[in-house]
Design a protein around this ligand. Structure first.
Ligand code: SF4
Ligand code: SF4
Length: 188
């Protein structure tokens, strides 16, 4: 809760200071090791959810974290001009997209997405930030208010679910409903 009584949530953020990035790729190594199965059993930058785009001639190094999966190639692009050089329109895009290989698990081809290193117990800071000894990645947590409309929408959804569950229990009995839910839970 904030001072005005609004519900809040923690938003995690990694700021990138491209001027400090030297392209060492320690962030990629740390991320891939953390997400290896079992954890830290292997290192493979192709499995990293952070990728450092490099232009060594111009001293441009831009670490990008994998964003959402895009089902189709987009038809609107961004153009970037840095120090007078125009970069390919997809160069700084964080999406895992069908039209390129970036952010895809090399064996399965499944999309990779940064999960901010969510784990139990939680890390003090994400692996890539911890590995970046040059200070190019800066981790911050912010408490932000949840818009009233989205709190109301989720309460409304919970209310609808409760009503639906009650009517199923009336129709089929609590034993049948709980057994079915347990069975479905095992499949997931
Ligand atoms: S570890 Fe830091 S300096 Fe090295 S490539 Fe990654 S962001 Fe850049
Ligand atoms: S926050 Fe974690 S998952 Fe995301 S890029 Fe960094 S190391 Fe990888």
């Amino acid at each position: 809760m904030d001072n005005n009584g609004n519900k809040t949530r923690i938003v995690k953020e990694i700021k990138v200071d491209t001027k400090k990035c030297v392209g060492c790729r320690a962030c990629e190594i740390a991320c891939s090791a953390f997400h290896a199965i079992p954890k830290f059993s292997s290192v493979n930058s192709a499995r990293s959810r952070i990728m450092v785009t490099m232009d060594e001639v111009r001293d441009v190094f831009v670490p990008l974290r994998a964003g959402d999966y895009a089902q189709a190639e987009c038809n609107g692009r961004n153009a970037y001009v840095i120090d007078g050089k125009e970069y390919d329109q997809c160069t700084f895009c964080p999406a895992s997209c069908p039209s390129r290989d970036a952010f895809k698990e090399p064996d399965s081809g499944l999309p990779l997405k940064c999960d901010m290193c969510e784990s139990q117990p939680p890390l003090e800071k994400p692996m890539c930030v911890d590995a970046c000894t040059f200070g190019a990645l800066i981790y911050e947590e912010k408490e932000v208010a949840i818009p009233v409309a989205s709190v109301e929408a989720s309460q409304e959804k919970r209310g609808e679910m409760k009503t639906g569950l009650e009517s199923l229990i009336r129709k089929y009995g609590i034993k049948n409903v709980t057994e079915t839910v347990a069975r479905l839970g095992k499949k997931g």
